[in-house]
Design a protein around this ligand. Structure first.
Ligand code: GDP
Length: 467
């Protein structure tokens, strides 16, 4: 007890001296969070040794002396499985680390020599860096706090058939069949609700497998220890309308409708709010990872869906003083990075377009962030570079291409295609010819972990704290 008090006091002191930073990493599933955090920890631990961090001034100037892992503050949060991740990368053949599925944390103590201090004085400083990784899907639940059950139900993309949700509805066909026969006024049958809820969760999983991103509620896909709990057994009721509100609200407590309302409210109060209150509110800085390239590869409906999911996700950051988030939790994120990951899937001359496309995809949220005066930077990076760039002769011209090893171990040389600098139009989708495939990570060379611009991301996120 006394020890933890001492640690908290110490933390408080470090914070007041600006020597502690809580940095959070998020993104939708498979956006590359686990790879990013593994690489980030590796690069900082190997700064001044094998790590190449030329875009981080403290490292370039030889002032970054190293980083070591120390015991984290919050013992209730799982530790980020760094050793397992590294073991996967070092396996023969190398494997990608297993993705994390909930929130995890890792604390690094970084030693550096403040800028402008001469070498011989041997004066060093320490920055305590708390790293958090959590699913971006959880942020898709923020808007749910601004709804009641009926308005949430009405806002769901499946609530009525339109031209645009054809594919989505097909993936939820079993659920749609099940929910059709459900009368909101009937007495709730626990088992029937559990079954229909399971079909809804299955629909969400189908949709995710099929490449959709805008999937709510977020915990249904990543339930963690809530698997099977009744709080996750609700779903929207299609075909309702606002004009029925009064009639619905006067239904008896035991009715299907009122039961779903109670579960929805419980989910808001006991699942969504605690995440914002206990974790999100305490982050200082944040990086949001986006797998733009896979969405581009998956076609127009998925791409549009990613765009909507990101607009929702970004509501957690673009908060003005009167936003729902500010009113509820007073968050304090003071700097944000948005990164298109897996840039090693395209040749280097495409990277500028990749950033431009990311900015186009996030145009509205970026505008809101700038308006709210929150510094934000868009970038492209590869946390763990799995390919090498080569030049090949193609129709008498020298063209850049990528060499890598596929997940099945086949060595390939590919020109993956061009990234549009603007949101793709119909003409683009008609002639789109991408060749994006998953590559296996390369065996580690001399202990280093190759990356693209991870150092630039580090500079934006913590460079000022290493001055
Ligand atoms: P998470 O679900 O957000 O934690 O995503 P992961 O970090 O597990 O990444 C998902 C997959 O994306 C990995 O298994 C890799 O196949 C791929 N990936 C992630 N980062 C990179 C990268 O920097 N380069 C390449 N080529 N692939 C990556």
């Amino acid at each position: 007890m006394r020890q933890s008090l001492a640690r908290e006091l110490n933390d408080l002191l470090e914070r007041s001296r600006d020597r502690q930073l809580r940095l959070a990493v998020t993104g939708l599933s498979r956006s590359g969070k686990t790879a990013f955090l593994t690489s980030l920890v590796h690069q900082l631990r190997h700064a001044g040794l094998e790590a190449r961090l030329d875009l981080l001034p403290a490292a370039r100037e030889g002032r970054l002396l190293g980083a070591k892992r120390v015991a984290q503050q919050d013992l209730g949060v799982p530790r980020f499985p760094y050793d397992q991740a590294l073991a996967a990368l070092d396996a023969t053949p190398p494997r990608w680390p297993e993705p994390t599925r909930g929130i995890s944390e890792l604390r690094l103590s970084i030693r550096y020599r403040p800028a402008g201090r001469p070498l011989f004085r041997g004066d060093t400083a320490t920055l305590t860096l708390d790293l958090f990784d959590y699913p971006g899907e959880w942020l898709l639940d923020l808007p749910l706090l601004g709804h009641d059950y009926l308005s949430w139900s009405l806002a769901q993309p499946l609530s009525s058939a339109t031209d645009l949700n054809h594919e989505r509805r097909a993936l939820f066909a079993d659920w749609l069949d099940g929910v059709e026969s459900l009368d909101p006024a009937a007495d709730a049958d626990e088992e029937q609700l559990a079954e229909i809820a399971a079909l809804y969760a299955q629909g969400l999983r189908n949709a995710r497998e099929a490449g959709f991103s805008n999937l709510q509620p977020g915990r249904f896909l990543l339930p963690g220890d809530l698997e099977g709990a009744p709080v996750l057994q609700f779903f929207p009721l299609p075909e309702l309308s606002e004009s029925e509100r009064t009639a619905l609200e006067t239904l008896p407590e035991e009715s299907v409708y009122r039961t779903l309302v109670r579960r929805f409210v419980h989910y808001q109060q006991h699942i969504v709010k605690p995440f914002y209150r206990n974790h999100f509110r305490r982050f200082d800085r944040q990086i949001v990872l986006v797998d733009v390239l896979s969405a581009l590869n998956a076609g127009p409906e998925r791409f549009e869906d990613l765009s909507q999911a990101l607009a929702t996700l970004m509501q957690s950051f673009a908060y003005g003083k009167r936003s729902l988030l500010s009113r509820l939790f007073s968050p304090r994120i003071d700097r944000l990075a948005i990164a298109a990951t897996k840039a090693d899937h395209v040749t280097p001359e495409q990277h500028a377009n990749l950033v431009a496309l990311l900015e186009a995809l996030l145009a509205d949220p970026l505008q809101d962030l700038r308006f709210a005066d929150i510094p934000v930077k868009a970038m492209s990076l590869a946390s763990i570079r799995a390919t090498e760039t080569r030049e090949v002769e193609h129709q008498g011209k020298r063209t850049p291409a990528l060499r890598g090893t596929t997940l099945d171990g086949e060595e390939v040389l590919v020109f993956p295609g061009e990234v549009p600098a603007r949101l793709p139009d119909t003409a683009f989708w008609a002639r789109q010819g991408f060749d994006f495939r998953d590559f296996r990570p390369a065996p580690r060379d001399n202990g280093g972990l190759p990356h693209i611009r991870l150092d630039a991301a580090l500079d934006w996120l913590l460079g000022d704290k290493l001055q």
